[in-house]
Design a protein around this ligand. Structure first.
Ligand code: COA
Length: 149
């Protein structure tokens, strides 16, 4: 099995939509990815695909968001979505894609990388759970880039 991770291109869009439809079970996430790609943003979207023996089997994306800090709105990145084709899961592709997304956020100089996801998965892959919040319906986590920690 040959696995590579590379930046996504426009030619990958159909395969990426297929990955998320299969991973999440409907077309909600593929439509979210389309909206995230076309949204004007201060930090450019960063998308990566995992390719297994020539087939796109996984995808991850970092997109821009804002942290409403006391003195200013701060440009940050959000890791979402992350998906792997069901038949390629539990082979390390998700871990590889998360590591790639973290590295890309570091390279872009993002002060924080956020996500909403299962702490049981992301804690072991470099994220720290956020404080529980009565208004948050899903667990949040963040990662401070190596250069600033
Ligand atoms: C989550 C996902 C991306 C992981 O991809 P993957 O390629 O299987 O990940 P890896 O092979 O690197 O890691 C697999 C391990 O993570 C574990 N894992 C998967 N989802 C998990 C979760 N929600 N919580 C805790 N552990 C989880 C698996 O049980 C497996 O553990 P094992 O190695 O001890 O058997 C994949 O399961 C997926 O696409 N799921 C559906 C979409 C989704 O939920 N995306 C994440 C949104 S936050």
């Amino acid at each position: 099995m040959t696995v590579t991770v590379r930046p996504e291109t426009a030619d990958d869009e159909a395969a990426v939509a297929h990955v998320h439809a299969a991973a999440f079970g409907d077309d909600l996430v593929p439509r979210l990815v389309d909206r995230l790609r076309e949204r004007p943003a201060p930090l450019a979207p960063q998308g990566f695909v995992a390719v297994v023996d020539g087939e796109i089997a996984g995808h991850v994306m970092n997109t821009a968001s804002w942290l409403d800090a006391p003195r200013a709105l701060v440009d940050v990145l959000v890791l979402s979505p992350l998906g792997v084709l069901p038949r390629h899961q539990r082979r390390g592709l998700g871990t590889l894609l998360v590591a790639t997304a973290i590295e890309a956020a570091d390279q872009a100089g993002a002060p924080l990388l956020f996500l909403e996801g299962d702490p049981a998965y992301y804690r072991e892959r470099g994220f720290q759970p956020g404080e529980p919040s009565a208004s948050a319906s899903r667990a949040c986590a963040s990662r401070t880039p190596r250069s600033r920690s």
